[in-house]
Design a protein around this ligand. Structure first.
Ligand code: UGA
Length: 445
């Protein structure tokens, strides 16, 4: 089928590239000319594992990129909206959704064939029916459900694993204003066989997306609240507590051969320095704000955000236990990305931690295997030394803060032993065995 994808963030680009790989004819659209030129030259505009190869393979074959939204809509059967929906002020910011809906509507005015508009961006329930459809109808002069269809097809793509998650989905949720809109999407996704397909209305599809992310965030904050209590009591390690909880056969089922299935899900039930990224923090805040507006305040989710926002302070408190005055203290910040496998630093706990360290006069060295360039842009002209390797970063520091669980950080104990160095290690992700270094502090210990 012929598809246009509007908005070239990681969701849009991965959607476009993967649909092309699956045999559809795809046009990627963005207002940013530079992004479009790069995509057309098969230069990846962001890092996603496996994306570059698929982009190179499909570009100018099944895939093109353009800034001409009008033409892209006219020449395709389906348009995906994949623009950003940030949280601003005290609610979701729908400006880009409105703008793109307006432009799609104007293009539909010049098109007679039936077209389906699909909202893939994460939007609060009701947005598609109450905001997108009226804009499309007004701008096109046409009737939704007659001249064009409107669907919601949320994405469940983890950053860093987005290509894999798109190519091998665990579920496909197809919302639609009517059966015809859903049918068109079903046809598009028929190239993915054997996947659980859930057909529903637009509002429910929108709610599924938020509920899925809210559950993940709640599990993380729940684990962190338990970790807070463990630290406060003393003599309890939250890691052992959560291990004991994970052994519940409802969380990690025992197979007939006696072996356990350890679901990936349990990785959200671990103590740490908090969740970040471009999705979880903003989605939880947007849903909470939406709940209040709808007369059903989300008290649990408000606490989830509050607990998460306190995580950086917990890391700093561990540091201050040993260095009550941070002025002049040499600190290595290990990990800037919000999670391993990505160069994304948005809402990373490393940001408030570096800001606090700077304020208190600590001497900071920072290292991340992928996110250095992004962090440098954020802390430009700030007194942070960005290092190129692990060994250099921990050289002559008094404390090491582990904030992202990059696999290579597991080498730290070995490196320190070989150099006879014993800085204080503060394990914000509980990724090192606690007896592997001389001076260890960890979240939830
Ligand atoms: C998340 C969801 O996992 C995806 O299903 C969803 O599609 C996506 O948001 C989205 O809405 O687009 P992502 O933001 O890539 O994906 O993040 P995750 O891999 O889920 O990790 C979220 C955060 O939780 C990271 O900061 C991670 O470090 C943190 N985390 C994870 C913890 O703090 N503790 C844990 O035990 C596990």
């Amino acid at each position: 089928m012929k598809v246009s994808v509007i908005g070239m963030g990681y969701v849009g680009l991965v959607t476009g590239v993967c649909l092309a790989e699956k045999g559809h004819q795809v046009v990627c659209v963005d207002v940013d000319q530079e992004k479009i030129e790069k995509i057309n030259q098969a230069i990846p505009i962001l890092y996603e594992k496996g994306l570059e190869e698929l982009l190179k393979k499909n570009i100018q074959v099944n895939l093109q990129a353009t800034t001409d939204l009008h033409k892209a809509v006219i020449e395709t059967d389906i348009s995906f909206i994949t623009v950003g929906t940030p949280y601003r002020g005290n609610e979701i910011d729908l400006s880009d959704i409105r703008e793109v809906s307006q432009q799609i509507g104007e293009a539909l005015r010049d098109k007679s064939a039936y077209h389906v508009v699909v909202v893939k961006s994460t939007v609060v329930p009701g947005t598609t029916d109450e905001v997108v459809i009226p804009i499309l109808e007004k701008a096109s002069g046409e009737k939704a459900g007659v001249d064009f269809g409107v669907s919601v097809n949320p994405e469940f793509l983890r950053e860093g694993e987005a290509v894999q998650d798109f190519m091998f989905p665990d579920r496909i949720v197809l919302g639609g204003m009517d059966a015809k809109s859903i049918e068109v999407l079903e046809q598009l996704y028929s190239v993915f066989s054997g996947i659980d397909l859930l057909k529903t209305n637009n509002k429910t599809a929108e709610m599924i997306k938020y509920t899925a992310n809210a559950l993940l965030a709640t599990m993380i904050s729940f684990s962190n609240e338990i970790a807070n209590l463990c630290s406060a009591i003393g003599g309890i390690d939250a890691v052992d507590v959560m291990k004991g909880v994970h052994l519940d056969k409802r969380l990690s089922p025992i197979m007939p051969n006696g072996k356990r299935i350890v679901p990936y899900f349990t990785t959200y039930l671990e103590a740490g320095c908090g969740f970040g990224g471009s999705c979880l923090p903003k989605d939880i805040k947007a849903l909470s704000a939406y709940g209040t507006k709808a007369g059903s305040p989300m008290r649990l989710l408000e606490a989830v955000t509050e607990i998460n926002q306190e995580r950086p302070e917990k890391v700093l408190a561990l540091l201050k236990k040993h260095f009550p005055v941070l002025d002049g203290v040499q600190v290595a910040v290990m990990g800037l990305a919000f999670k391993p496998g990505t160069d994304d630093i948005r809402e990373s706990p490393a940001i408030p931690i570096i800001e606090a360290l700077l304020k208190q006069g600590a001497k900071i060295k920072a290292y991340d295997p992928m996110a250095k360039h992004n962090a440098q842009k954020l802390f430009v002209n700030k007194d942070v030394v960005f290092c190129d390797d692990l060994a250099q970063t921990i050289d002559n520091v008094q404390a090491v803060l582990l904030l992202t669980s990059w696999e290579e950080f597991k080498r730290i104990p070995e490196l320190l032993h070989s150099r006879d160095q014993s800085p204080l290690i503060i394990d914000g992700r509980r990724m090192l065995p606690k007896d592997s270094v001389t001076r260890y502090e960890g979240i939830g210990l």
